[in-house]
Design a protein around this ligand. Structure first.
Ligand code: ZN
Length: 281
């Protein structure tokens, strides 16, 4: 699923392409892809004035107040194309596209664009809020601190509250916002921490190493356009490049890049976890 780096890339691209763009229409092709079902997504003629990210979610904010929360779930992706172009028509015929927003760009000649929301497995959703504050002080306030800027002290206090495994804690968006299966495994390997250990058992140096590993890996992934595993892509459909840098994710049975032992696959917190028994303690 798209994690923090992938969603951060979309946020930056959307902000660049859509800031100032005016909404011409919002078409919801599957009523149940909106929360509540069939909800009106955004007011017509409103202009996008900013695009925000919190954890793995996005919000399109308008100058009239209302904003639209975008949760991409497991397989959600966004594509922005010129209206009436061959790509636009192909996406319009795609049964996995559940919503289409048509906007008049604020730049150049005011190009007409279509933002397609595609999600084959439909774990994602779209949800309008009356204001950015309603979203940030509501559902987004229950998210933990952002993983991209997490420091050792904050991570220590977040982990002290739970007896679950460190892997489960990292995946819990209320503990830390933005990390999913890929970057949890990568950060734990880099920090040398066994994913099965109780989160509250980590020593100060280990928590500091983990916080640093998270920041480093997430920044590196953003710089490389995120990881494309299955469905994720940038707004123009181009893949990310970070998947070629993964040291453990998707590499079970292959040699560890540090100690050359074969990497182990274990189920931790109900999720496939790949790690090194030689380097992670
Ligand atoms: Zn190793």
């Amino acid at each position: 699923m798209p994690e923090l780096p992938e969603v951060e890339r979309l946020q930056r691209e959307l902000e660049e392409r859509l800031r100032g763009a005016q909404l011409r229409s919002c078409a919801l092709r599957r009523a149940d892809y909106a929360r509540p079902t069939g909800a009106r997504l955004l007011p017509r003629a409103a202009r996008i004035d900013q695009v925000r990210r919190r954890g793995k979610q996005l919000a399109l904010c308008t100058d009239r107040g209302p904003c639209l929360r975008i949760a991409l779930g497991m397989t959600g992706s966004l594509r922005l194309v010129a209206a009436h172009s061959p790509q636009d028509k192909a996406l319009a015929a795609d049964p996995h596209v559940h919503a289409q927003l048509r906007l008049r760009s604020d730049s150049g000649e005011g190009q007409l664009l279509t933002l397609h929301v595609r999600d084959p497995r439909r774990f994602g959703w779209l949800e309008p809020f009356p204001s950015v504050e309603a979203l940030e002080q509501g559902p987004w306030s229950r998210f933990g601190p952002e993983a991209l800027t997490i420091d050792a002290r904050t991570l220590t206090s977040q982990l002290a509250r739970t007896n679950r495994s460190i892997k489960a804690a990292l995946l819990d968006q209320r503990v830390l916002a933005g990390v999913g299966n890929i970057y949890a495994d990568e950060a734990l390997h880099r920090a040398g921490v066994d994913p099965r250990r109780a989160a509250s058992s980590l020593q100060q140096e280990e928590t500091a190493a983990l916080a640093k590993a998270l920041r480093t890996i997430l920044r590196q992934a953003i710089a490389r356009g995120g990881s494309t595993i299955r469905d994720y892509a940038a707004l123009d459909g181009s893949p990310g490049r970070q998947q070629h840098r993964h040291r453990v994710y998707g590499r079970a049975g292959l040699p560890c890049c540090r100690c050359a032992r074969p990497l182990t696959r274990t189920l931790v917190a109900g999720r496939t976890t790949v790690w090194c028994t030689g380097c992670q303690h």
